[in-house]
Design a protein around this ligand. Sequence first.
Ligand code: MG
Length: 503
Amino acid sequence: MMGNMVTFFTNKVILEILEKYKPIWSLDHSLAVLGWDSETYMPEEGVEERSISVSQLTLLKQKLLTDPSFISLVDKASDERDLNDYEKGVIRVLMRSIKVYRQLPPKLVEELTKTSEEAKVVWRRSRLENNFQTFQPYLEKIVSLLREAADYLGYKAHPYDALLDLYEEDLTSRDVDKVFDIITPVTKNVLSKILDEKLFSQSHPLEKVSYDVEAMKKVNKIVIEKFGYDPKRFRMDISTHPFTIGLGIRDVRITTRYEGKDFKTSLFSTIHEYGHALYELQNNEAFISTPLASGISLGIHESQSRFWENVIGRSKSFCKVVYPMLKDNLSLVPQYSWEDIYYYFNTVKPSLIRVDSDEVTYNFHILLRYRLEKGLISGEINVSDLPDLWCSAMNEYLGMRPKTHSEGVLQDIHWSQASFGYFPTYTLGNIISAQIRHYVIKELPDFNEHILNMNFTPVKVWLREKVHRWGSTYNPKMLLEKMFGEELNPEHFTTYLREKYLK
Ligand code: MG
């Protein structure tokens, strides 16, 4: 492996940095194991000791990353000539992390962490009791701390850009505006046609039907086995909110959920997380324990999960080939045809709840949150006005008003976690998955045939070459430009919606 590594990293300063980076990587690796464990098998009362060790390990990481000798080494490397793209990538990634740790005063970070730890607890109760007032002061504090953080981090046009950049390198609110300006009118149009002309149904009887959990586990296993994975490098567990965590390139773990009814939620959670996992698993092995050893951003990551979930998983071809497996294992399926299952997989219905929404209505939920977040950070919106603004935006986009705060402004955990700037990456993922679809079909003309034959190797190889193997070498904008010769292009998403839902 070292021999392999040398061909990617040859500069002496870079090699020295990579050696010094190993303990930092090891802390990240350990934090990932702890994070996975907290969400899966840790007994409830382990939380107190766990939070001590997590914050201590994080502090240790910050100390190593901002150590003056390490920083001067990174600075030195940035002056080196003739660095290759991988070496430049190492410097870019490190400078970004160093910048965040250096520019935010420790006092601010501490206050933000403390406030959001409390806010999460208060948010859970507020949501349960449908009481926005109890959550309001915490959210006000979080917003004011984040506005401060944005000033420390710096931005060109809008303070919200400083926060966006934390989740999606180089993304600005101008980029996000451009995306929504293009997709919103088309999506409105597509949605009203679907509903008016009943092109896709709003519900399906299977959504109410219970399934056998053991049988469903078998289905999920069969499906990802067909997609293909190496059991020595991958595992799947259960959690309420499914997630993927890459402990490294050779140890990637996903979780899925079994709620007992509406089996597609379990199936598509599994397929979604498989898409995330594949990105990590197909990263370049030469990047092990380096700063490049992970997917580049939340948006690009989400494009991988959405590609498998929606472009492949919700396609007619996939429904056709997965149908016999569903029929063999789930007793509730045989009374339906594979076409019925296709419409079950693709119900379209305006919903108050983001996580329950389909691929047509989903982005409206993000647009709403994006506008509110941006306004809060710029100071144009007050926290106290949020519930009303939320209701009127929901009405504007989806023609419905939440009757409770719990199904409105209090539904997501993100704001209590101080994660502002995160939501837009979901829409970015949807857009990029459609962009990738465009190029897959162009470059793999037998794409559909391959799905119909359950042969996923060609598409996996293609994704590896175009996206996965680069790890964090290029920032998201550079990656799109290099691989597809075009920047983020929302037109592919609107084309996808029109083709799938109106034809
Ligand atoms: Mg995801």
